[in-house]
Design a protein around this ligand. Structure first.
Ligand code: COA
Length: 250
């Protein structure tokens, strides 16, 4: 249990809100576990017809907590368990997922969006995947899904060169469905979730499963990425990058 993730159910919609504003919603192990539990139980619940993933004003999430990455850089296997549960739960979630993105969506904050079905972004949204600059590699199936969504060259610029995207470009590249004023993000995402929840649930589930195809290809890619990511975490390049982040304000 953590107070940094708030899960609520209303009108067939499960809202999973990341809520660690002082750290821009950087994801701790406990937060991954709470989100995973909420996704898994949503999949098994007839009452839940749509999942809404949200953050706080100014922060969807700044990605994995870099303090945990630093620990993982020093302790073999330290990262494996929570992310190893979270990513398959995201891929296997049987309910449509809507995301409400205000502010920063960094690392997994962006790559989790490749698994969502409908994404609302604020004009303040900032999408960034600084994996390579941190000595890491793209994760969460993004090495497969981003080139498909954006095209190879745009995906290279985004995932490898680490050039961030604003909301307008993210919409142009197919990462988000609609861009609204920051204060309207939650309401518009809820409106979309309600629209989906009001559709015949069986028809939605079948349509979605047909469109997504077998999860095996994505899960296999995640396994491949995770193996290399784990090795990269232990690299001197990565450790130096994490230390530089925490030293930047000193
Ligand atoms: N892990 C741990 N702490 C983080 C964090 C992360 N991923 N992202 C932000 N924080 C913390 C900062 O250390 C800071 O804490 P402090 O107030 O105790 O110093 C607080 O959140 C606010 O962040 P700050 O950098 O001051 O806000 P900003 O608006 O200037 O910048 C970001 C926001 C997200 C652009 C910037 O914090 C950032 O680049 N974070 C790292 C993102 C990242 O690399 N994630 C991993 C991707 S694989």
């Amino acid at each position: 249990m953590t107070e940094h993730v708030i899960v609520t159910d209303a009108g067939g919609i499960r809202t999973i809100r990341m809520n660690r504003p002082d750290k821009k919603n950087a994801l701790t192990f406990a937060m991954y576990d709470a989100i995973t539990d909420a996704l898994e139980s949503a999949s098994g619940s007839d009452a839940v017809r749509c999942v809404l993933i949200a953050g706080v004003p100014g922060a969807f999430t700044a990605g994995n907590d870099l303090a945990d990455f630093l620990k993982a850089a020093e302790t073999e296997g330290a990262l494996s368990r929570p992310a190893a549960r979270f990513l398959p739960a995201l891929v296997r979630c049987s309910k449509p997922m809507v995301a409400a993105v205000s502010g920063v969506a960094v690392g997994v904050g962006t790559t989790m969006l490749f698994h969502c079905d409908f994404v609302v972004a604020g004009t303040d949204a900032y999408f960034s995947t600084p994996f390579v600059g941190l000595g890491l590699v793209p994760e969460a199936g993004s090495s497969l899904l981003a080139p498909r969504l954006m095209g190879q060259r745009r995906a290279f610029e985004f995932l490898v060169m680490g050039h961030p995207l604003n909301a307008t470009h993210a919409k142009e590249f197919g990462i988000v469905n609609m861009v609204v004023a920051p204060q309207d993000v939650d309401a518009e995402a809820l409106k979309a979730a309600r629209e989906i929840a009001a559709l015949p649930a069986g028809a939605v589930a079948h349509s979605r499963a047909l469109m997504r195809g077998s999860p095996d290809e994505v899960l296999t890619r995640i396994d491949q990425e995770t193996k290399i990511f784990g090795e990269r975490l232990q690299s001197p390049e990565a450790k130096a990058a994490f230390e530089a982040f925490f030293a930047r304000k000193r």
